[in-house]
Design a protein around this ligand. Structure first.
Ligand code: PLP
Length: 499
């Protein structure tokens, strides 16, 4: 494809993308195909000779579309949202245009500096403490700063490895321990999570080979200071080494908020790294009214917030801030001749490869820059507030219906609910498995119909339904559809009609 052909076909693709977004309400968010459907539709091998753009484009419609789950549909209520907005898509197009591998300042100056700028912009927009910013008010460099990671899971692994290395370094300084001692100590390292922490916590602990202590959350699904403190004390008595704790602002199941000030106390008393996973709900901090809920995050060592979840930016764009980048760079930094560093004056020079696990990195700052500039702070705030209003609307309607109960406070865009046991027959409501089955069936009946896509989860033995409202291109009309569909399938769910 030459530039002239790209100009023509590129414009056709832009039209196709705009059409797609305009028609999202008319297609089912859930695909209706069986596993392996695609293998039967495409050849076994890549073509020997070039195919035309038209042929490939036609296959998008006939072969790919039928198997797509439409995350951007307003009728997609399943997992936390994965944002997509037109300004972000445009930013990503420019990123594809440059197609850099921006691992260091030398390898991509503007990309590096724009990333520093947008991470500070976003940090300020979210009201983060100035410890997390790269540039001080007086224009001097700070120890803190942010870097865009692929995902919150990647951020978690990066932070747990950094935390381990900071702890080892402090031990080395205090006790002059050698490499053998370090190898002996490593398996005794223990990281703390709650039973509501995202699975990426446990995975990160597995990746670095430390113990993961999964602590029970309280009735509000939060990790408390008391539970953490007791576990840390116990583990220390057993000869283990507590070094990392993750506090969550907006858990995956219910958007619960851990006792962050309490967890910060325990972390400080025990020289533990405090990481805040605010992957989803952190986006709400652009609105000042949500900030009191996040009290204590200013004491964290690191915070991650997915701009690709609730902040209008296309996947992937996971923002990670640290209060002191020295530890991160010490842990992730590695030297090779083919990775030259700036010599002489290194002020304001960042090599972002030292802020993450992989070497290469896309120019992700561009899409975030487009989003922040083209929506403005006011537009981003309005986006968040609109979803919260819609979630509250759904909560009110479910309560007014009388046959549902809300399982967790509706604070952000997530509504967690289930069929009220009293809506089942007297015989059925006595059996918690039957109550659970009715809720699982309700989700399945809804998803089988395919107008909306919803998720079920398990909360302390009770099956609940999760409806996340966060689609950039959705509206209250989609939430109304969800309510109608819920009510439509209710009788079939409680009467065990699903076979
Ligand atoms: N943390 C929380 C609280 C989440 O809800 C999720 C995903 O929903 C993640 C982390 C993982 O996000 P990512 O896909 O960016 O790794």
């Amino acid at each position: 494809m030459n530039a002239a052909q790209f100009r023509k076909h590129g414009k056709e693709v832009i039209d196709a993308i705009a059409d797609y977004y305009e028609n999202l309400d008319n297609i089912s968010p859930v695909p209706n195909v069986k596993s392996g459907y695609l293998y039967k539709l495409v050849p076994d091998e890549a073509p020997e000779n070039p195919e035309s753009f038209e042929t490939v484009k036609a296959d998008i419609e006939t072969k790919i579309m039928p198997g797509m789950t439409h995350w951007q549909s307003g009728n997609f209520f399943a997992w936390y949202p994965s944002s997509s907005s037109f300004p972000s898509i445009i930013g990503d197009m420019y990123s594809s245009m440059f197609s850099i591998v921006g691992f260091s300042w030398i390898s991509s100056l503007a990309a590096t500096e724009l990333e520093t700028v947008v991470m500070d912009w976003l940090g300020k927009l979210l009201g983060l403490d100035k410890r997390f910013l790269a540039i001080n008010e007086d224009g001097t460099e700070n120890k803190g700063g942010g870097a865009i990671q692929t995902t919150a899971s990647g951020a978690m692994v990066t932070m747990i490895a950094t935390a381990r290395d900071r702890f080892l370094e402090s031990l080395t300084m205090q006790q002059a321990i050698g490499e053998d001692d370090v190898a002996r100590l490593r398996p005794r390292f223990v990281a703390y999570f709650s039973d509501q922490t995202h699975s990426s916590g446990e995975k990160a602990a597995n990746v670095i080979g430390c113990k993961a202590r999964i602590l029970p959350s309280n009735d509000d699904f939060s990790l408390t200071k008391e539970v953490l403190m007791a576990a840390v004390e116990q583990d220390k008595k057993s000869g283990l080494i507590p070094f990392f704790v993750c506090g969550t602002f907006g858990t995956t199941n219910t958007a619960a908020i851990d006792d962050i000030p309490g967890i910060a106390d325990v972390a400080a008393d025990n020289n533990m790294w405090l990481h805040i996973d605010a992957a989803y709900a952190g986006g709400a901090l652009v609105c000042p009214e949500f900030r009191p809920l996040a009290s204590g995050i200013e004491r964290a060592d690191s915070i991650s917030i997915n701009a690709h979840k609730w902040l209008l930016t296309n996947f992937d764009c996971s923002a990670l801030w640290v209060a002191d980048s020295t530890h991160l760079v010490n842990s992730m930094g590695i030297r090779r001749e083919y990775l030259p560093r700036v010599k002489g004056d290194t002020s304001f020079v960042k090599d972002y490869r030292d802020w993450q696990i992989p070497l290469g990195r896309r120019f992700r700052a561009l899409k975030l820059w487009f989003v922040m500039r083209m929506y403005g702070a006011s537009g981003i705030r309005a986006h968040i507030r609109e979803h919260v209003i819609q979630a509250k609307w759904l909560e009110e309607r479910l309560l007014a219906d009388g046959r549902f109960e809300i399982m967790a406070p509706v604070v952000f865009g997530l509504v967690v609910f289930r069929i009220k046991p009293t809506a089942l027959s007297e015989h059925d409501r006595a059996d918690k498995d039957v109550i659970n089955k009715a809720n699982i069936d309700l989700a399945e009946l809804i998803n089988n119909e395919g107008r909306v896509f919803i998720l079920s989860t398990m909360l302390k033995g009770k099956v609940a339904l999760r409806a996340t409202i966060g689609a950039v291109h959705g509206s209250l009309k989609n939430v109304e559809v969800l309510l109608t569909v819920l009510q439509k399938h209710f009788a079939a769910a409680i009467n065990h009609e699903l076979v």
